[in-house]
Write a protein that binds this ligand. Structure first.
Ligand SMILES: [Zn+2]
Length: 425
C-alpha cells in the first residue's frame, strides 16, 4: 500500500527531537521512561493519534493506545493491533521503536484515506519501557499487556534512585487506568528496524520474521584447588582455569556441531569468566563463567545445555574438579503466526516488493504479545546493521516501503484486502 513517506518521516523526525543527542557520527536520542523527554514524546504521539481521528487512552502502566473504529467494522469485534515503543537506550537511534509506532499510525491513516473498509477496529500501541533502561526490566509494558506481570508488580518497580514506575508515570501525567489486554486482540503486528545486516546485504527492503530466538543464560562454577604456582608439581594440581578452558572449547564445539547437524542459526557463547584468586603465582582454584545460548528451537537450546553439563561431568572425572551449572534465565523462542506471515507476504506481493523470511536474534515486545495472540514482526533494513547508536539509519524509502507492507498486512488481517478482487482472476 502506498503510504505518505514525507508524513511518516516528519513524525519520526519530530519524535527524534525529544531527548535529542547530536554527535559527530549522527543524530541520536536519549528517551528514558518517565523523563521530560519521554513526556514530550508521549504528548506528541497522543496529538498525532488524535489528529488522525483515533480515540486515545492510557493504561495503568503508561501504555498509549489509539483506537480507530471504522464505520465498516463491528465495534465489538476483537481489534487488530500494531505498534512498538518510544523509549530508547542512552544515545540510541531515532528509528528503534518509533518507526513501529509511527509506521502503525501511518498504516491506519493510509487505510482511512484509501477508503479501505476493515471489519475489525484497529489499534495503534506504544508500549512503556521496551529497552529496560530505567526500571531494569525490558519489555515492561508489553509484559503487563500480555498478562505475564501484574499492574501492581510493574508499578512497584524502582529505578536506581528508588523512584517507582508509578511515581515516574504520575510525574509526567501518564499513569492512566485499566490494563491494556493483548489477549483481546485478534492479531498483532510490529514493524522494527532489523538491527542486523542481512536485509542490506541482499538488497531486500522488507523482512518477514518467522521466529524470535529464545535465550538461556547459565551460571557455571568450576571448583579446583588454589595452590602455590612454584611449589605444586604438575601432577598434583587441580587447576580450575585449565579445566574451564576445556569447557569453553567444548561449548564452542557443541554449538558448531549443532549448526552443522540440527539448527543452522544456533549460537552458544561463554561470554564471561572470573578467575579466583586471579594471581599470576597461584594455581587457579575457582572459575565462574556465564554461558549464553540462543536458537529458534527450545529443544535445540536444551540439547546444548545438556552438552555443557556433559562437558562438566567429564571434567569432574578427568581433572578432579567440582562443577555446577545453574540455568538461571530462560526465555522460550516465539514463533510468528502463519496467518500474520501470510498477510505480510501477500501485502508485499501486491506492492511488487521482494520480502525475505528471516528469524530475529533480538527480543522485541512482539515476543511477549506472541504468547497470547497471533503475532507478526516485520523488519526494515538497518544501514551496516548498526543500532542502539546515533549512527543507526534506515533510508526513508525503506521506511515507507516497509510501512506500506505493514498497512497491507493489517488491512488483510482486519478483513479488508484491497486486492482480493484480483486474486481469483
Ligand atoms: Zn526496539
Amino acid at each position: 500500500m502506498n503510504v505518505d513517506r514525507e508524513r511518516l518521516r516528519e513524525d519520526v523526525e519530530r519524535n527524534a527531537e525529544f531527548g535529542h543527542v547530536e554527535t559527530d557520527e549522527g543524530r541520536g536520542r536519549t528517551n528514558r521512561p518517565g523523563t521530560e523527554a519521554n513526556r514530550r514524546a508521549r504528548t506528541f504521539l497522543v496529538e498525532r493519534l488524535e489528529d488522525a481521528g483515533l480515540e486515545v487512552r492510557i493504561d495503568s502502566v503508561g501504555n498509549v493506545v489509539g483506537r480507530w473504529v471504522p464505520a465498516s467494522a463491528d465495534p465489538d469485534a476483537r481489534p487488530v493491533a500494531a505498534g512498538s515503543h518510544l523509549d530508547s537506550v542512552p544515545e540510541g537511534g531515532i528509528f528503534d521503536g518509533p518507526l513501529g509506532v509511527y509506521g502503525a499510525l501511518e498504516a491506519v491513516r493510509t487505510m482511512r484515506e484509501l477508503g479501505i473498509e476493515p471489519e475489525r477496529p484497529l489499534v495503534v500501541v506504544s508500549f512503556t519501557e521496551e529497552e529496560g533502561g530505567r526500571f531494569g526490566s525490558g519489555m515492561l509494558g508489553s509484559s503487563v499487556a500480555a498478562g505475564r506481570r501484574s499492574v501492581e508488580e510493574a508499578l512497584a518497580l524502582e529505578d536506581e534512585e528508588g523512584t517507582t514506575l508509578e511515581d515516574a508515570l504520575e510525574g509526567i501525567g501518564f499513569r492512566g487506568e485499566g490494563r491494556l489486554n493483548a489477549a483481546g486482540w485478534d492479531a498483532w503486528f510490529e514493524l522494527h528496524v532489523e538491527q542486523g545486516e542481512r536485509l542490506e546485504s541482499v538488497g531486500v527492503p522488507v523482512g518477514i520474521v518467522t521466529d524470535i530466538t529464545g535465550i538461556t543464560h547459565c551460571a557455571v562454577t568450576i571448583e579446583g584447588e588454589a595452590n602455590h604456582a612454584g611449589a605444586t608439581p604438575m601432577g598434583e594440581r587441580t587447576d580450575a582455569l585449565a579445566a574451564a578452558s576445556e569447557f569453553v572449547r567444548d561449548v564452542e564445539r557443541a554449538a558448531e556441531e549443532t549448526v552443522a547437524s540440527e539448527s543452522e542459526g544456533v549460537v552458544a557463547t561463554v561470554g564471561s569468566l572470573s578467575v579466583g584468586p586471579n594471581a599470576t603465582n597461584v594455581v587457579p582454584g575457582r572459575v565462574e563463567c556465564g554461558v549464553d545460548v540462543r536458537d529458534v528451537d527450545h529443544g535445540v537450546m536444551d540439547g546444548l545445555v545438556g552438552r555443557a553439563r556433559g562437558s562438566l561431568a567429564r571434567l569432574e572425572r578427568s581433572r578432579g574438579v567440582e562443577c555446577a551449572l545453574d540455568r538461571e534465565f530462560d526465555v522460550e523462542p516465539a514463533s510468528m503466526a502463519p496467518r500474520c506471515r501470510t498477510a505480510a507476504r501477500e501485502a508485499a506481493k501486491a506492492d511488487g516488493i521482494t520480502a525475505m523470511e528471516m528469524y530475529s536474534g533480538a527480543a522485541h515486545d512482539t515476543m511477549r504479545v506472541a504468547r497470547v495472540t497471533d503475532a507478526g514482526l516485520l523488519f526494515a533494513p538497518s544501514r551496516e546493521g548498526i543500532s542502539h547508536n546515533p549512527r543507526e539509519w534506515t533510508d526513508w524509502d525503506d521506511c515507507a516501503t516497509a510501512t506500506g507492507v505493514l498497512a497491507g498486512a493489517l488491512a488483510r488481517l482486519a478483513g479488508a484486502a484491497p486486492e482480493t478482487e484480483d486474486r481469483g482472476s
